[in-house]
Design a protein. Structure first.
Ligand code: GAP
Length: 576
């Protein structure tokens, strides 16, 4: 068998062979952009999601909700996905493969290809090779391709629906109920972990670009004028490698900055964005992303959404794919709530009581229904409702109903000036959104934790996974499968399982081979039952990374292993 060429191939070979990641529907030839998580992969992914929950749900106190993956059309009209969620595509005239035009241009050395218009991309592609067949593309038409999967809801094709392209929209549409749940106070946050769907044009990057993937998103609703984070001190001195707009135009090297300084110097827009940059760094390192291969890159003004006040991507360095975006952290202002309020007609604001009430002069518009009735007949109420909200000038006012603009003379209403006591204000919250791609995190963790060394003349493949993320927590082996060692080892395995520790019992093959089998799936500890166990009731615990072994009492084993897995006990403290 030929040696796998690079780390991606090595990682994916291991991942396939050991049951982490499999091609989906493999018996039917597979389909690009879909993957299956095998037994170990599903377990590791769940552990990464649970580590994420430990930060966002348990520590931040943001409740998790679960919304359908199918959404009705108005949601995605409001969010802008129906109109604008598309990539530029072209078709190779030689092999007929559909290609992402900006990716072909970028591979051909064209900078900032994603920001080019369809026409400009078409021009640049002429002399570039097709990424599928290698032929020069020549004249190709570049056009927009909407990435949403659409469907029909119910029989009879009455309602158009879409598979959600992000989990965030469910949180926005639940805003009024969430606000009530959080007792009408700001700030509050809600999170969601679930599947999102994007019909990517040519997904050829394994787990990086999928058509069905898992997102973990948090939407934090804050007062628009209150972007100082109440717990900022937690991360004020936390330093993160930041590649701001300025650095990207300069040397291209990130600078290590504390979050306090980043806000003070105006590098990051506000404390909320800085807080979630630091928290994201904290999570990514906790789940096993190498901090030396992690940076936070600010979106350039050309790539940042027009409504966003600031936006940073957490990027991990992959030997195969370069810098890969794992998480996007954005201050989305009130864009989403405003858009949904406009589309649904529901006021998506929070009424916040003032500490002390104040008196204000207000103008009140009182429509003259006796005059409006005969003039507007069935529409009189609509006209009156619009008038109440209007801001009339001295000669009248123009209102809009269903897209029609109607001039209303001042004879059809009265304007009263009055003093009112104001006890609170209606505000439309701004949204801070850290959005995580779980599958990309899984890949980055696998690539960064993969290692090879030579042990006893053989290549040892190891996944240096953090114990909290490793799918199997402990391997239990009898040194040999006879003389009662196998029976005692089975008892030890049951003891650990009863303590809630995920254990794999393995009695087949040489002991060295069994260690290797666990090393390459990242199992942090292996417990071996040998002849000494039968004499003094001790077992050995072997640590994956340093391969050192210590003896501990069988009776205290479960507590010891729990301490090791939870990081409360250092392996070195157990003995020589
Ligand atoms: N609600 C904001 C949002 O969805 P995004 O940058 O489009 O933002 C967030 O997606 C994260 O989801 C990305 O940082 C990435 O990790 C992941 N992601 C996006 N598209 C993906 C795809 N096709 N395959 C795998 N992960 C993807």
């Amino acid at each position: 068998m030929a040696e796998p060429a690079d780390i991606y191939e090595k990682v994916m070979e291991l991942a396939k062979r050991r049951g982490f990641i499999w091609p989906s529907a493999e018996i039917y030839g597979g389909v690009a952009g879909f993957i299956d998580y095998g037994p170990l992969g599903a377990q590791m992914k769940r552990r990464i999601e649970d580590a994420w929950r430990a930060f966002y749900v348990i520590r931040e106190g943001f409740y998790e909700i679960e919304c359908p993956t199918v959404g009705v059309e108005p949601i995605y009209v409001a969010s802008g996905h129906v109109k604008g969620f598309s990539d530029k595509m072209c078709q190779c005239p030689h092999c007929e493969e559909y290609l992402r035009a900006d990716h072909v241009a970028a591979a051909g050395g064209i900078g900032n290809a994603a920001a080019l218009s369809a026409e400009a991309l078409g021009e640049t592609l002429k002399s570039l090779p097709c990424s599928a067949c290698g032929e020069e593309l020549g004249e190709v038409r570049v056009f927009d391709f909407n990435l949403m999967f659409n469907t029909w809801i119910g029989p009879g094709s009455q309602r158009k629906g879409y598979l959600r392209p992000e989990t965030a929209q469910g949180i926005f549409t639940d805003f009024p109920r969430l606000l009530r749940f959080y007792r009408d106070k700001l700030p509050f946050g809600a999170v969601q972990i679930g599947k999102s769907f994007r019909n990517e044009i040519s997904p050829r990057q394994g787990m990086i670009r999928l058509r069905e993937f898992t997102q973990a998103e948090a939407e934090i609703f804050v007062h628009p004028e209150g972007k100082r984070h109440p717990r900022f001190d937690r991360y004020r001195e936390y330093a993160v490698p930041l590649l701001g707009c300025e650095e990207q135009c300069g040397k291209g090297e990130p600078v290590l900055v504390t979050m306090g300084d980043a806000v003070k110097k105006g590098l990051v827009a506000n404390e909320y964005v800085a807080y979630y940059i630091a928290l994201t760094h904290d999570i990514l390192v906790t789940v096993g992303v190498d901090p030396a291969r992690l940076r936070f890159r600010q979106h350039l003004t050309t790539e940042r959404a027009h409504y966003a006040a600031d936006c940073w991507d957490a990027e991990a360095l992959s030997k195969r794919f370069g810098w890969v975006e794992l998480v996007g952290i954005a201050d989305r202002t009130d864009y989403d709530l405003r858009a949904h309020a406009c589309e649904s007609g529901v006021a998506l604001t929070a009424y916040l009581p003032l500490e002390t009430s104040r008196m204000e002069r207000r103008r009140r518009i009182i429509p003259d229904m006796k005059a409006l009735g005969p003039k507007f007949r069935g529409r009189a109420k609509e006209v009156a409702d619009a008038l109440v909200k209007a801001d009339p000038g001295p000669d009248g006012v123009e209102i809009e109903i269903g897209g029609e603009r109607i001039a209303i003379p001042s004879s059809l209403y009265q304007v009263k000036e009055e003093q009112v006591e104001v006890r609170g204000v209606e505000v439309m919250p701004h949204v801070i959104e850290p959005s995580y791609g779980i599958d990309r995190m899984c890949y980055a963790v696998l690539e960064h934790s993969y290692d090879e060394d030579m042990v006893e003349g053989e290549v040892r493949r190891v996944l240096h996974l953090p114990p909290a993320i490793a799918p199997v927590q402990v391997g239990v082996f009898p040194l040999v499968s006879r003389d009662g060692l196998d029976r005692v080892a089975a008892e030890v395995a049951s003891l650990l399982t009863a303590a809630g520790i995920f254990t794999e019992f393995d009695e087949s093959g040489a002991i060295g081979r069994r260690y290797r089998r666990q090393d390459e799936i990242g199992t942090p500890y292996a417990v071996t039952i040998d002849y000494q166990t039968m004499e003094d009731g001790t077992v050995t615990i072997r640590e994956r990374d340093g391969m050192a072994q210590v003896r501990v009492k069988k009776d205290t084993l479960a507590a010891t292993v729990r301490g090791l897995l939870g990081g409360h006990t250092a392996f070195a403290s157990l003995g020589p």
